[in-house]
Design a binder for this molecule. Structure first.
Ligand code: NAD
Length: 342
């Protein structure tokens, strides 16, 4: 049996999730929703995804562009078992009320939505079981996903008394040509702490965490500098071993040429995955160190793609296609060619 998945919002995240879903044996794409007949719409059709428009009044533009459209979002939702909502920040709540709830359709939302949009905020290696059978699940943002992956790996093995993280965030995504900064470092927000710590706590409520964030002129990746006061004795070697065995975390070495996020993304291009994506969180092995009793490390996050496997697992958890977290994560990771940890 394959479950029928609709993708509402076919942008940076939606396009990637559609491809990842199409790569699963237990899922298929029944349609994707576009607002304008841009090249992404043409590519969706070339990829074999039925194309739908978000509103009737936009249909004509697609027809004029020579694109075959199957109907509106309402038509699509009637034919789906679940929808992945990857529309821009803030639309999720209205979509839930106006589109999904009236049809009793389950939905996966993204991290740009408020946590209240869903029954549970989700990061597969941290809290898969919490999403089993739920109606609405929110996959947390790219930064929160990155923090949850490595912090949960350490916390569940050693215990964390307090975690602090400085987030050096990419300015915009590569195609967001109207956003910056171009030549500035922007405290974002200037008040401390930032919202990222509380967002991590939507997944790991017991974790004591404080975060600070700044935006910088780069489009490639985010970088996090993490400082952990552990509960128990801990050594860098043990932490590296835990990271090595944890899904969706990869270790790289600066001495092997991984001098920057530019080098990490160059390696990603060389890996030859779709869109040169890097779904794993990347930890610089040499950065895993102790100072004054605290553990430090630095990690990089490919913001456009780390949440993609999480969406696949969230679908499996919500529809209870697989109750065992690691079984789902393994299925997803094998299908996408991610790091072998099993
Ligand atoms: P995006 O702007 O790249 O894509 C959104 C798509 O939805 C666009 O194609 C837009 O045309 C379309 N759209 C707009 N209004 C619509 C409507 N009413 N109905 C259907 N489609 C509509 O945005 P994105 O970066 O993919 O972000 C989507 C969500 O994912 C947000 O919640 C965001 O915070 C989250 N997210 C983004 C990233 C990232 O780095 N881009 C990472 C993790 C999570």
């Amino acid at each position: 049996m394959t479950v029928r998945v609709a993708v509402n919002g076919y942008g940076t995240v939606g396009r990637r999730v559609a491809d990842a879903v199409a790569a699963q044996k237990d899922m298929r794409i029944v349609g994707v929703v576009k607002t304008k007949p841009t090249f992404e719409a043409f590519r969706a059709v070339e990829r074999g995804y039925p194309l739908f428009v978000n509103a009737k009044e936009n249909l004509k533009a697609f027809v004029n562009a020579g694109l075959k459209v199957e109907g509106t979002v309402e038509d699509l939702l009637g034919d789906a078992d679940i929808v992945v909502d990857a529309t821009p920040d803030g639309l999720g709540e209205d979509n839930r009320k106006n589109l999904y709830e009236p049809r009793k359709l389950r939905a996966i939302f993204q991290g740009g939505e408020e946590p209240g949009v869903a029954d549970v905020s989700f990061s597969a290696t941290s809290n898969y079981a919490k999403a089993l059978g739920k109606e609405f699940v929110r996959v947390v943002s790219c930064n929160t996903t990155g923090l949850c992956r490595t912090l949960n790996a350490i916390d569940s093995r050693f215990g964390i008394s307090h975690a602090r993280a400085v987030l050096i965030r990419r300015g915009p995504d590569p195609t967001d040509i109207k956003k910056g900064p171009v030549n500035a470092i922007v405290p974002d927000p200037v008040t401390v702490p930032s919202h990222h710590g509380p967002d991590v706590q939507t997944v790991l409520p017991h974790l004591n965490i404080t975060t600070v964030a700044l935006k910088v002129p780069t489009t490639l990746m985010h970088t996090h500098v993490i400082d952990i006061t552990p509960n128990n004795g801990i050594s860098p070697g043990e932490v590296v071993e835990v990271f090595r065995k944890t899904p969706r975390i990869v270790l790289v070495k600066a001495k092997e040429g991984f001098s920057s996020t530019a080098h990490i993304m160059e390696w990603a291009r060389d890996l030859g995955r779709g869109r040169s994506d890097l779904n794993e969180i990347v930890v610089w092995e040499e950065s895993v160190n102790m100072a004054h009793g605290d553990l430090f490390y630095m990690q990089a996050v490919h913001q456009e793609s780390d949440v993609v496997p999480e969406n696949v697992d969230a679908i499996r958890a919500v529809l209870e296609l697989e109750r065992d977290p690691l079984a789902s994560i393994k299925m997803t990771d094998m299908s996408l060619g991610l790091k072998k940890w099993w």
